[in-house]
Design a protein around this ligand. Structure first.
Ligand code: BG6
Length: 478
């Protein structure tokens, strides 16, 4: 797409984990691909940074650890563009930042909040007070990491704080699932082909299953997870965004406003979760792995759910009567994220002696691992008579495209640098998503359903579909 315009890319919280694991490797990849403008500067801001040299050394260590195809000389080119600003979230800190940015002489700035969420409001205010941002300064952009608020009221308050300083077009709220190739490909599959969209409705789709299964536990983030739980961590954002991409109407144009207008409409039509439509679970020690309550930073009697399965309905002409079953959990048997559209069975099957019920066709959109798309259908086994077997038409990014898929953060940062907000959440989307999950945010008084670490989740999750005469697919089974 060519080199993005130059900017000073400010990372608040540059000494944190996200900066080392995701932002630096992404900036490095953009540098190598020529997307990053050669005069772009990376400004690392934190209380504990000393000077440019010390920060460069720290980030070089991080890059060696986290960058896959690390190359010393190409890293050296990027590293010399790193500068450090030491400061907290107070007027002195922002004054030093303003002075350093002025010295660098680049008018366009990106401000990335790679900090705990408690600092977001202070960052936005600090930037405004230091004269670094304002709605009229269109080349000053703000990137906000999730979690965006803790519930609907706090998300509204944060949106108001942000809106007081930035115009919506300058704000980029991250949901890295939107940058996964399969999530982006959903729009292409639906709107750049003629086969799929005609069947994309309650006329042909029986139900939709969206799964985000993780084999990892809380990975040292116990204290964060105690506040978040699975609903805030992934339902309010990644899973509802996937649902919106599946359920939205075709936008007139593929641009930030048109796409997000359609997503917000469908999110507003999505049912708020009622307790009877949700099963919550928590992993217990098993298979050599500790239970959630044994994790560091977790209360020994914690009722925070690490698993949830929910049934949503989308009240639109297109989706009336089609349940969207959505689930996610930590410490499940495998890492697997996928969206499966289960098609209705044909109204009349003219062959005798086939299994009852006939297996239904399925369209499987795989996000993790091995991003790709498969269509599973019935085919005739060669030979005399009619007997059927399940076959699959498969497309895998890894097999089809050399070089595989970029990391989501690489895509997202490139879009921020170019000012394209299509893959970022707008204020009204965030609020619509909180509305949907709000009724089940409170930590349950009773214990969530236990499930053994390394299993496929709590048994009561099965009943959510069984009561509708359906069944979950095992992750990866589709
Ligand atoms: C993050 C969640 O947003 O997404 C984590 O906070 C989760 O808990 C992660 O592990 C999963 O992302 P991915 O890309 O590895 O599926």
């Amino acid at each position: 797409m060519g080199t993005a315009p130059e900017c000073s890319f400010v990372i608040f919280g540059v000494t944190g984990d996200l900066a080392s694991r995701k932002l630096l490797p992404a900036l490095y990849a953009l540098h190598r691909s020529g997307d990053l403008h050669p005069s772009t500067r990376i400004v690392g801001y934190a209380r504990s940074v000393e000077d440019d040299e010390a920060l460069r050394e720290r980030l070089t260590r991080a890059a060696r650890e986290h960058v896959d195809d690390f190359d010393e000389s190409s890293w050296a080119e990027l590293s010399e563009r790193i500068v450090a600003v030491r400061g907290g979230y107070d007027p002195e800190g922002f004054a030093s930042l303003a002075a350093r940015l002025e010295e660098l002489g680049i008018d366009a700035h990106v401000y990335y909040t790679s900090t705990p969420p408690e600092a977001y409001e202070a960052i936005v205010r600090g930037l405004a007070e230091a004269g670094l941002a304002g709605p009229e300064r269109s080349n000053r952009r703000l990137v906000v990491e999730k979690p965006f608020g803790n519930d609907l009221a706090s998300a509204r308050a944060l949106n108001a704080d942000v809106r007081a300083v930035f115009d919506e077009s300058q704000v980029f709220r991250i949901d890295h699932y939107l940058a996964k190739e399969t999530a982006q490909n959903l729009a292409v599959l639906r709107f750049a082909n003629s086969l799929f969209e005609p069947i994309w409705s309650n006329r042909y789709v029986d139900h939709v299953q969206i799964t985000m299964a993780e084999s990892i536990g809380v990975e040292g983030r116990g204290a964060f997870y105690e506040e978040a739980g699975v609903v805030r961590d992934v339902f309010q954002n990644h899973l509802l965004q996937l649902l919106a991409l599946v359920a939205m109407e075709p936008p007139a144009r593929y641009d930030a406003d048109a796409v997000r207008d359609e997503k917000v409409k469908v999110l507003r039509a999505t049912s708020c979760l009622a307790p009877e439509d949700v099963v919550l679970g928590q992993y217990q020690a098993a298979n050599g792995m500790s239970g959630y309550r044994e994790e560091e930073g977790v209360a020994r009697d914690s009722n925070v759910p690490t698993y949830a399965a929910a049934s949503f309905s989308v009240g639109t002409w297109r989706w009336a009567g089609v349940p969207f079953y959505v689930r996610s959990g930590k410490r499940l048997s495998a890492k697997s994220s996928e969206i499966v559209l289960h098609l209705k069975r044909p109204p009349h099957v003219p062959f005798d002696g086939l299994p009852e019920p006939l297996p239904a066709d399925r369209l499987v959109l795989r996000l993790v691992p091995d991003e790709g798309i498969s269509f599973r259908f019935n085919a005739k086994v060669p030979g005399q008579g009619i007997s059927l077997e399940r076959v699959s038409l498969d497309f895998s990014y890894g097999e089809r495209f050399e070089g595989g898929v970029p990391d989501a953060y690489e895509t997202l940062l490139a879009d921020v640098l170019r000012g394209d907000a299509t893959l970022f959440m707008r204020a009204d989307e965030i609020e619509a998503q909180w509305r949907v999950v709000e009724p089940i945010l409170a930590t349950p008084a009773d214990d969530p359903a236990p499930y053994p670490a390394g299993s496929s989740g709590p048994l009561p999750a099965l009943t959510l579909l069984e009561r509708d005469g359906r069944a979950w697919l095992e992750p990866g089974e589709a």
